[in-house]
Design a protein around this ligand. Structure first.
Ligand code: HEM
Length: 318
């Protein structure tokens, strides 16, 4: 394994917190409008498609640098998964979108980033190796603008003309073909701490056998597979090496660093369970539900610290 470095640094702008509060307000305004239209729900990733019980199996023989946080020692953790369409609307599965793979690892040892014992370690992943925008500012302007339709985007561009370049990236990300939750890789896109190191997270596809009809109904594809066998995904870390190859503050950069397998995510055979799905819908999947050893890093992650909480409160999350 390439030796990871502990020389990562965060660079926090003095006015950042204020800008993040304004962004959270823009998401809240959009969320309340959309909730009036579709019923109470998340600001983004509104449409939950699949809720699953799983386990995270951490082996004993990991490389020393990887033995941090939930990967510190051999263990099997109970996991909840929420698989979602990323948009602010409730749209058919065939509509192009970002897809979310949110993981809640329960019963983790260690202190929460906010102090006290951690209730869970969450990983909120998407089907993109890097984020569509370098900063949360651009992402928020484009996304909340798009929440108002074509006129909303136009207004957002008039307000901040420099988002035009980023618009292409976001539209490209949304249009990326998606074959189904079992056959795609998912990524944290932004880094987290891994003890003294920093890393991005990847969950590998459980199968290469793509179902050409999956886009008609993502849940049917997942549960169809689970009717015959469990789904097993490898969980990997991609370590920070240096600022040039693995920049901390630029979420839109592709990291040039190898992936190291650190665990298996095992989804046992199961059928849809409405009561459990309702619990998952009401739960908080948030990268800031984290142990100290996996504190999120970088500007986009710091923006999420401010934006997710009001979205959770506005939907009466558990
Ligand atoms: C690397 C960048 C990002 C990734 C990988 C990501 C991923 C996700 C995922 C997977 C979910 C769904 C969680 C669930 O199923 O409960 C989610 C929800 C959400 N995201 Fe992000 N996101 C990113 C950046 C952002 C940014 C920059 C903002 C705003 C500044 C944002 C705002 C939200 C909000 C408001 C929700 C709904 C939270 C809730 O009510 O539970 N995201 N995101």
């Amino acid at each position: 394994m390439t030796e990871p470095s502990t020389a990562w640094r965060e660079v926090v702008a003095p006015d950042e917190e204020h800008r993040h509060v304004k962004q959270a307000e823009a998401f809240t305004a959009m969320q309340l409008r959309k909730s009036a239209e579709f019923g109470v729900g998340r600001a983004l990733h509104r449409r939950q498609r699949v809720a699953l019980r799983a386990t995270l199996e951490v082996p004993a023989d990991l490389p020393a640098a990887a033995r941090q946080g939930v990967f510190a020692s051999a263990a099997t953790y109970e996991v909840w998964l929420r698989l979602s369409n990323g948009g602010f609307d409730v749209a058919p599965d065939s509509k192009p979108d970002i897809r979310g793979f949110a993981i809640k690892v329960l019963g983790v040892p260690g202190e929460s980033v906010f102090g006290g014992p951690a209730a869970s370690q969450d990983f909120a992943l998407i089907n993109h190796e890097h984020f569509s925008s370098s900063t949360s500012e651009e992402f928020t302007a484009i996304t909340t603008g798009a929440g108002g339709g074509a006129v909303g985007v136009l207004k957002a561009v008039v307000r901040s003309p420099r988002i035009v370049g980023g618009l292409k990236e976001v539209v490209g990300a949304v249009r990326k073909p998606f074959g189904g939750f079992a056959t795609e890789d998912f990524f944290s896109a932004a880094p987290i701490k891994c003890g003294p190191y920093a890393a991005r997270v990847r969950v590998l596809a459980a199968s290469t056998d793509v179902n050409p009809a999956a886009h008609e109904d993502w849940p049917a594809d997942v549960y169809g597979r689970l009717a015959t066998a469990p789904l097993v995904h490898e969980v990997q870390l991609q370590f920070f090496l240096d600022e040039e190859r693995t920049p901390i503050e630029d979420a839109a950069a592709t990291w040039d660093s190898p992936y190291v397998t650190v665990a298996r995510l095992v989804i046992p055979q199961q059928e849809p369970d409405e009561a459990f799905a309702a619990k998952v819908e009401a739960a908080r999947f948030d990268p800031w539900n984290a142990v100290v050893d996996h504190r999120p890093l970088g500007e986009v992650m710091r923006a999420r610290k401010v934006a997710y909480r009001p979205s959770q409160e506005n939907r009466g999350a558990d």
